[in-house]
Design a protein around this ligand. Structure first.
Ligand code: GA4
Length: 329
């Protein structure tokens, strides 16, 4: 018999209890799916953002070759020796290549990643391999359009001016757009794994919306309103959209930012996900949109700017309730 010891680095990675009850098929049913090109898309998007804060988007218009090119370049990058990855990605605050450590307040996960500022479609890290940089730029340009389309549909579904939300992110000078490429190597524990290994701990995204795409490997879970964690079955041809904290405030709590996490699946596959985070410009005031408020309705939040929220966010841990200090009542 061979004794298997977990590599020492994983001792620092918290183990998360995997939900067992909800199988893939059944869980998938809890996740709304919206055809972005269908006539009723605005109502369906608004409904999904209200009930779950998360949905799967099909008919998004992003060519498969753009997605596949990025996936191939990113996998090639992650296969490089660690020092090369570090050397290529620079060391700006919290940006660039990272491994196991998320943020700067002690969060850890079983992953390595690239976190890049992509505003105005310039990937801000010039030393990345040119082929990866180009693939990222092409991908970002396409997914930014998905973000724009979803923000238009959300606005329409909320009954506010169609371009109001889109204009905060897409094509807006100084908007704060990030792309994160997460690579989760195969599970470090031999099967059967009773207790899942945390890939990315539970959190909400701070931005307006996030648009995620992953390869065929499972792992993403979302927390439903009733408190159940459900796995999100992989759908490599679709994008998943998350409501972020800023959209929760802009809608005065009508839409809720969704808690999500990644639990590394058992087996030998590695998971690759790419997330575009649509954030506004630092000076953008984040407060409920006057057009969504009913007569006499009070704001649930004290007003803040995106710059203030980011400063507060960098002082928190992943699982913290970042909107807490901004809540009134
Ligand atoms: C969560 C969503 C995005 O991945 C991210 C993360 C950011 C980071 O990696 O630097 C944060 C996290 C995220 C929120 C709290 C802070 C900041 C890590 C962390 C512990 C890029 C983002 O915008 O907020």
């Amino acid at each position: 018999m061979v004794a298997i010891t977990a590599p020492s680095s994983i001792e620092q990675i918290p183990l998360v209890q995997c939900p067992r009850a909800n199988g893939g098929q059944q869980a998938g049913a809890a996740i709304p799916c919206v055809d972005l090109s269908a006539p009723g898309a605005a109502a369906a998007v608004a409904d999904a953002c209200r009930s779950v804060g998360f949905f799967r988007a099909t008919n998004h218009g992003v060519p498969a070759r753009v997605v596949e090119a990025l996936e191939a370049r990113a996998m090639a990058f992650f296969a490089l020796p660690t020092q090369e990855k570090l050397d290529m990605s620079g060391a700006a605050r919290q940006m660039g290549y990272g491994s196991k450590s998320i943020g700067s307040n002690g969060d850890v996960g079983w992953l390595e990643y690239l976190l890049l500022s992509v505003s105005a479609n310039t990937v801000k890290i010039s030393s990345l391999p040119p082929s990866l940089r180009m693939a990222l730029e092409e991908y970002t340009a396409a997914v930014r359009e998905v973000c724009g389309r979803v923000l238009e549909l959300i606005a329409e579904g909320l009954g506010v001016d169609r371009s109001l939300l889109r204009a905060m992110v897409v094509g807006r000078e100084g908007s704060d757009e990030l792309v994160r490429v997460n690579h989760y190597p195969p599970c470090p524990l031999p099967p059967p794994v009773d207790c899942g290994v945390t890939g990315f701990g539970e959190h909400t995204d701070p931005q307006i919306i996030s648009v995620l795409r992953s390869n065929r490997t499972a792992g993403l879970q979302i927390k439903l309103r009733d408190g159940r964690w459900v796995p999100v079955p992989p759908a490599p041809d679709s994008f998943f959209v998350n409501v972020g904290d800023a959209l929760q405030v802009l809608t005065n709590g009508r839409f809720k930012s969704v808690k999500h996490r990644v639990v590394v699946p058992e087996g030998a596959q590695s998971r690759l996900s790419v997330i575009y985070f649509g954030g506004p410009a630092p000076s953008q005031r984040i407060a409920p949109l006057p057009q969504v408020m009913r007569d006499g309705e009070q704001s649930l939040y004290r007003e803040f700017t995106w710059a203030e929220y980011k400063t507060a966010m960098y002082k928190t841990r992943l699982a913290d309730h970042r909107l807490g200090p901004f809540e009134l009542r």
